[in-house]
Design a protein around this ligand. Structure first.
Ligand SMILES: Nc1ncnc2c1ncn2[C@@H]1O[C@H](COP(=O)(O)OP(=O)(O)O)[C@@H](O)[C@H]1O
Ligand SMILES: [Mg+2]
Length: 265
């Protein structure tokens, strides 16, 4: 899927495997993601989607293969090291700090940028104060961008479900990643919340962040993704333009389900 030979992919997943005992959760996976591409990852439950995100982000060490990000090998690094290289992820379940305010949650995401750009400043009180101020002002901007301003002082645990999911994404964006991996960001959302999440994802892409999304909601997935990668039993069984993939017989029959597509396409 490379545009030209000069166009190095942002992320290269090469022959990557992840085994749990005899179970191959990922098996010989090859995927390239270009900067700015809108890629979706689909597949039935247990097909390895979350394992792929965990393996890219260092939550799991791959059992085989290697992963290259911006021309440097990242497989084998710790999760915090991979995060500081510019890859952020959200979780299938909400991972917010429920007993702190919405604004503070975003600040905690923004604070992660200190790791990459500011440890020196940490030891210099006046420049640390300045940096802290910048982070708070960035957190306020993100509150606005993600439509969470009215909940600024609300404990995150008291937010409606849809807003908690949006907050999780806002926290990830606050860390200023190059690549953002979203694991089922629309789970449990109503139609209005889904369309609002879709417009947030568009906004994130316009900021220059490459977004890869795992999602069960095919209708939303087709709106958000130009290219689909289909996983089944830990293997890539299709990787092409979204309109091509949804028309592949093996994908329709075995992996997405006829009813799903008829309901959602
Ligand atoms: N930490 C783990 N230990 C053992 N098996 C795991 C672990 N994580 C995932 N798996 C298994 O790997 C397979 C893929 O899981 P997962 O990546 O969560 O699938 P998906 O996100 O596509 O639903 C499943 O069979 C799951 O049970
Ligand atoms: Mg999953």
């Amino acid at each position: 899927m490379r545009k030209s030979d000069n166009d190095r992919p942002l992320l290269q997943i090469r022959n990557t495997g992840k085994f749990f005992g005899k179970l191959a959760a990922l098996d010989g996976v090859n995927i390239e993601i270009n900067e700015g591409e809108a890629v979706g990852i689909v597949g039935p439950n247990g097909s390895g989607k979350t394992t792929l995100i965990n393996t890219i982000t260092g939550f799991y060490k791959p059992s085989a293969g290697e992963i290259i990000f911006r021309d440097k090998k990242i497989s084998g690094l710790r999760a915090d090291q991979i995060c500081s290289r510019g890859i952020m992820r959200t979780f299938q379940s909400n991972m917010i700090y429920g007993d702190t305010t919405t604004l503070e949650n975003i600040f905690r995401g923004a604070f992660l940028t200190l790791k990459t750009s500011g440890w020196g400043q940490f030891f210099n009180v006046s420049s640390y104060r300045q940096y802290n101020k910048t982070l708070w002002s960035r957190s306020h901007e993100l509150l606005e961008q993600f439509g969470l301003a009215e909940f600024k002082d609300t404990c995150a645990g008291d937010l409606p479900h849809g807003s908690q999911r949006v907050l999780g994404v806002a926290m990830a964006v606050a860390s200023a990643p190059k690549l953002l991996l979203l694991d089922e960001p629309m789970t449990g959302m109503n139609d209005q919340e889904v369309s609002s999440m879709l417009s947030h994802i568009d906004g994130i892409r316009e900021q220059g962040i490459t977004v890869v999304m795992v999602e069960h909601n095919m209708k939303a997935m087709l709106k958000a993704s130009k290219r689909l990668v289909v996983l089944d039993f830990g293997q890539v069984i299709a990787d092409d333009k979204a309109e091509v993939v949804v028309n592949m017989n093996e994908v329709i029959e075995c992996y997405l389900g006829r009813e799903d597509l008829q309901d959602n396409a």
